[in-house]
Design a protein around this ligand. Structure first.
Ligand code: SF4
Ligand code: SF4
Length: 295
């Protein structure tokens, strides 16, 4: 791993806090400073990083999962597969076995344990990854097909492509569910976006709990810091949570976001904020990186 390699995940307990704005602008500023950078949009259920960073040319690759396919003539209707499937993806009826691919988690248990070897695995596309160069950095972005329920396989497919020797900015999904855990796992540092409202505080608490459970270092960025109340600051003080940056509401930022433009192109102060955040994180990670665990 090179000296400049670092993986920073941008996450938030709730949507709409400015997570993608921060992730895309931070990635561009790091690239402008001469670093090798990959931006990875892991918010695969609602990806919008490509609206701000549009790769050109763009390559698309399918992401598939393996699901069992039954050869009915080999099946003795013993019922084992229906018992071992923890996800109710198999129903063993009187005269046949039904597999529900959309419920299957590709664990392979039914395939392995079928005494008649009546299953074989078949790839089933569930989404795609778009990739390509943009603004001096590498773009990777996952997209889950509408109607599909399993984001983690698409996120894992993105993570398998992440370079080990660059700055990687991971744009994680909002919330604290499995896709978020999958996205932030292996990060050297997580930036939590929040806003000073009761909902923001509630979701921040959940996100902080998740990151402490995962033993990941993190800091908070308070967006629209001049609205709402002071409870987020009180909470951060009580919990010894580091506040990296406070961003007041700005018409300039809102307009740039609404038009799909990057704020660092229009605001020198926002660009300076991104530089400060990056160097703060770099400094903190350099001090704590003694083994960031499995990615
Ligand atoms: S475990 Fe194999 S043999 Fe038994 S019901 Fe399932 S498919 Fe048929
Ligand atoms: S692969 Fe696993 S999840 Fe899928 S049907 Fe078989 S047992 Fe169920």
């Amino acid at each position: 791993m090179s000296d400049e390699a670092i993986r920073i995940a941008i996450a938030s307990g709730k949507g709409g806090t400015g997570k993608t704005t921060l992730a895309t602008n931070l990635a561009v500023v790091c690239a402008q400073e001469g670093h090798r950078v990959t931006y990875a949009d892991c918010d695969v259920e609602e990806p919008n990083g490509h609206l701000f960073l549009t790769p050109e040319p763009e390559t698309r690759d399918d992401v598939s999962v393996l699901v069992p396919q039954l050869s009915p003539q080999g099946c003795s209707l013993c019922g084992i597969c229906g018992t071992v499937c923890e996800f109710n993806a198999i129903a063993v009826l009187k005269s046949t076995v039904l597999v529900y691919p959309s419920l299957c988690h590709s664990c392979g248990a039914c395939v392995t344990l079928c005494p008649e070897h009546a299953f074989h695995e078949q790839p089933r596309p569930i989404g795609f990854i778009r990739s390509g160069p943009v603004r001096g950095l590498s773009f990777l972005g996952g997209s889950l097909t509408i109607g599909e329920a399993q984001a983690p396989p698409v996120i894992r497919a993105i993570k398998r492509r992440l370079p080990e020797n660059e700055i990687v900015i991971v744009d994680a999904p909002p919330g604290t569910s499995c896709p978020v855990v999958e996205s932030v796992r292996g990060a050297d540092y997580v930036v939590l976006m929040t806003e000073p409202t009761p909902f923001g505080l509630n979701d921040l608490r959940l996100a902080v709990g998740m990151l402490r459970e995962l033993a990941l270092p993190f800091g908070v960025v308070i967006n629209r810091s001049d609205i709402g109340d002071s409870l987020v600051w009180d909470y951060c003080r009580q919990e010894c949570v580091r506040i990296l940056l406070e961003v007041p509401f700005s018409r300039e930022i809102a307009q740039a976001y609404a038009c799909g433009r990057l704020i660092v192109d229009e605001s020198a102060s926002y660009r300076a904020h991104m530089q400060i955040i990056y160097h703060q994180i770099r400094q903190e990670v350099t001090g704590v990186r003694t083994g960031s665990g499995q990615r």
